[in-house]
Design a protein around this ligand. Structure first.
Ligand code: HEC
Length: 263
């Protein structure tokens, strides 16, 4: 039994060893509300993130896999039905049946954005940049500290040096977190102190803004996280109850054989 405990403890220790062992070590750890086994999204933060996405990022990035109605679903920004309808109607979509543009409905998705100078779709970016070779290592460390995707986005948004270069007719901006591009990215710096104004009076320094929009993009990539964790939690509780019952059943069954008094 003791050996088993030691084995379990060393497995835990090994699992958490590659702390922040990223390529280049550039990704900063950020504490998000949705990390850890019981973490959930912070509704107010998702609303702030949505505002940043809408005012800034959506100019160059689509989220074509994210349904607009998700904005009103539990565990997300939880906009009211009227707010979701209004948000959708501010976005246009080309309808082949009408052969014309029309306002989006809540049954449509966020727009697709393509073209010169536009960025990649952000629907699942927060997961695409995590994975098991993610910036926060693997295994238990991801379980407790997050998968690393939103941390990566946060770090990209806050790691511009201000240097710029032109190469083959395109502009590149120096960003040490963008290791895939050797530290030069085609996206200009987007997040500055006070670039948006929040209604709820939350801080609007660049780090707070980058954190809010990264949390929002994590939600976009995994809108059902809250529900999934809740189901898992109930599952674990049931297993605990079952284990206790089995333990006593076992004791009772074997009591006569072990020569003890029957319970
Ligand atoms: C002016 C257009 C523009 C705006 C506005 C913009 N981006 Fe980008 N973004 C780009 C381009 C272009 C790329 C591709 C960069 C590259 O591959 O060098 C990119 C890439 C990215 C990436 C992917 C980095 C990677 O690892 O491939 C993320 C994440 C990202 N943008 C997030 C954001 C967020 C969040 C916002 C809003 C705060 C935003 N972007 C606003 C143009 C933009």
């Amino acid at each position: 039994m003791r050996k088993l405990v030691y084995a379990a403890i060393s497995a835990l220790a090994l699992g958490s060893a590659p702390l922040l062992a990223s390529e280049g070590g550039a990704v900063h750890d950020v504490n998000f509300s949705f990390e850890g086994p019981y973490g959930t999204y912070d509704k107010a933060q998702l609303r702030r993130g949505l505002q940043i996405f809408t005012e800034i990022c959506s100019a160059c990035h689509g989220m074509k896999f994210v349904p607009l109605r998700a904005l009103g679903e539990p565990g997300g920004p939880e906009l009211s039905p009227e707010e979701v309808r209004e948000y959708a109607s501010n976005l246009e979509i080309f309808d082949p049946e009408l052969d014309d543009w029309r306002p989006r409905k809540i049954s449509d998705n966020f727009p697709t954005v393509t073209g010169d100078g536009m960025g990649p779709d952000l629907s699942v970016m927060a997961k695409a940049r995590a994975g098991f070779s993610g910036p926060l290592g693997t295994g238990l460390n991801q379980f407790f500290n997050g998968i690393g995707g939103p941390e990566y986005i946060y770090t990209i948004l806050t790691s511009y040096t201000g240097e710029m270069k032109e190469e083959a007719g395109s502009l590149y901006y120096e960003n040490h977190a963008f290791t895939r591009g050797n530290g030069w990215i085609a996206m200009p710096q987007q997040i500055y102190d006070d670039i948006v104004e929040y209604e709820d009076g939350s801080p609007t320094d660049a780090h707070a803004l980058a954190k809010d929009v990264s949390a929002f993009l994590m939600w976009a990539a995994e809108p059902k996280l809250n529900a999934r964790k809740q189901a898992g939690y109930i599952g674990v509780l049931m297993l605990v109850v079952l284990s206790v019952l089995l333990y006593f059943t076992n004791k009772t069954l074997w009591a006569p054989v072990k020569g003890k008094k029957k319970a």
